[in-house]
Design a protein around this ligand. Structure first.
Ligand SMILES: [Zn+2]
Length: 145
C-alpha cells in the first residue's frame, strides 16, 4: 500500500483544518500559521478527492457532522458522486470569476449561490493544487481553465 499523500491538520491558532501534501511544510489556509510538531493530525488522504472530503468533514461542526455523513452515504455510487462534486465545484469557481479572476469574496458568494457548504479558501486552495488557478496576489487568482 502506498503511503497517504496528504495529511489533514488542525490549525493550532484558528482550529480550521487544512491539507498538507507529504514533504511540504503546511500552512493554515485561513490564518497562515505554519504547521509544526505540535499541530494536531486529524486524518490522512490518498488523493485530492479524499482530501476534499476529509477537510470538509473536519471543518463541519460536531453537531452537523452526522447529517453530512448521512448525506454522503445516500449519494451513490460514491465514485460518480465525487465526479459530480468536482464538476460542480469547478462550475462554482467559473461562476465566481470576474474577468477571469476570483477572490475569496467572489468564490464565497458563488458557493453561497450554489448552496455549497464549503470555505471559499478551501475551494481556492484545492483548485490551485489542481492547477486551475494561478495566484496573482494575496487575494486574487486567475482562473486557468
Ligand atoms: Zn489557522
Amino acid at each position: 500500500m502506498e503511503p497517504p499523500e496528504w495529511t489533514i491538520l488542525r490549525c493550532s491558532s484558528c482550529s480550521m483544518c487544512f491539507g498538507r501534501r507529504v514533504g511540504n511544510r503546511g500552512r493554515c489556509t485561513r490564518c497562515g500559521v505554519l504547521a509544526n510538531d505540535s499541530t494536531e493530525v486529524v486524518s490522512h488522504a490518498m488523493n485530492v478527492e479524499q482530501l476534499q472530503r476529509e477537510i470538509g468533514l473536519a471543518n463541519i461542526p460536531e453537531d452537523l457532522r452526522a447529517e453530512f455523513i448521512e448525506k454522503m452515504q445516500h449519494t451513490s455510487p460514491i465514485h460518480s458522486h465525487f465526479e459530480d462534486d468536482s464538476r460542480r465545484l469547478k462550475e462554482c469557481l467559473l461562476r465566481a470569476a470576474e474577468d477571469g479572476k476570483v477572490s475569496t469574496e467572489s468564490v464565497a458568494r458563488s458557493l453561497a449561490r450554489m448552496n455549497i457548504r464549503m470555505d471559499a479558501i478551501n475551494l481556492i486552495e484545492m483548485s490551485y493544487e489542481q492547477g486551475l488557478l494561478f495566484k496573482l496576489s494575496e487575494d486574487e487568482w486567475q482562473v486557468l481553465d
